[in-house]
Design a protein around this ligand. Sequence first.
Ligand code: FDA
Length: 398
Amino acid sequence: MPASMKTEHYDTLIIGAGAAGMMCAAYAGQRVLVIDHAKAPGEKIRISGGGRCNFTNLHTAPENFLSTNPHFCKSVLSRYTQWDFIDLVDRHGIAWHEKTLGQLFCDISAKQIIAMLISELENAGAELRLRTSVERIERRDTGFAVQLTSGAVTCTHLVVACGGKSIPKMGATAFGYGVAEQFGLPLTETRPALVPFTFSTEMLAETKSLSGVSIATQATCNGTGFNEAVLFTHRGLSGPAALQISSYWREGDTVSLALLPDVDLFDMLRAKRATEGRRTLTTVLAEAIPKRLADHLAGSLKIEGTLADQSDKVLRSVASALSDWKIRPQGTEGYRTAEVTLGGVATDALNARTMEVKTVHGLHFIGEVVDVTGWLGGYNFQWAWSSGWAAGTAIAAK
Ligand code: FDA
């Protein structure tokens, strides 16, 4: 029989050599094969955090995740925590720092995290096979028969770790959802998340002068708010607060921006009117907000003259325009630039400790393909590490 026709047997086959898949491989025990259709493992890790990988968040807690079942993530996040991953990073001598809001980044390069995961999986004896795709999966009495482009494989445990649909240019596919459907598992609606907003042509024309302006804000939508910066772009609105709130936004919703959330603008303007009444409103505003934004606001509210010319009513309208600026995005930039995919394999179908499918013994789903989505700030990687570890250790214990 030619070598290519021989069926290889592995205890565990992991589809996807990304964050979750490599983590799982490092803990899954004997005879583990990880395959990926890409030519390099961990491509999203490489480009993450501007090349420095925001690999976890000091404040990781179940509240930082969206899911149809918000309790599902609790078990694995509490058994493999941010501190466990930090410990692993420390053992590999990778220097890191906290940037802001508990977000931890490598001092030097995201490639160190990839090298660490490869060394962990190699030390565990796992095999990594790149440029390899899955052609067919069949269930057998004692596991699965999988036809790979590199040949036929049987395995006792099959782990689907092929991520979400974000950034198809980097190899993202909907493959994992297809496997879920093949085994009759429910899926929740998938949407691009952590993604910049786009504006209509009219809104773009109105905000054209603001392109490039960044300002601290509280962005709120559907009862959830984030205090971070927004950035006006030539397409619409980006920056951390916009990306965060995009996960809570639906078509037709309004996003409310409270610029300078920590300042009482009306009081500030009134005080300035008393002491610096001969200055113009825009000059005074430009001390607190970017000049282009001050000009835009004065123009859209049709305010002219000095501060002394403005009544309390006018000052109030300026303050409320800044503290409750309603924006109705036309849409988002979609999967082309979204950092993650919201939704996915319904958590109801999975065991919350082991990530194994309740109805299909030996089949696991981990990482982004599952309906658990983190906020911006290192939470999505922590979910990948924790869920990968949970599946891996559960498999090794069998
Ligand atoms: P991941 O996408 O990492 O891995 C899936 C793997 O499966 C890939 O290697 C892919 O090639 C492979 N694959 C897909 N389909 C396949 C198929 N049909 N056959 C074979 N292989 C297949 N998060 C965070 O916490 N901090 C951060 O700094 C960032 N930054 C960031 C920047 C950018 C630009 C993006 C796009 C995303 C982030 N993220 C992030 C999100 C983070 O990258 C993401 O949540 C994790 O990588 C998800 O890990 P997974 O292992 O589930 O999927």
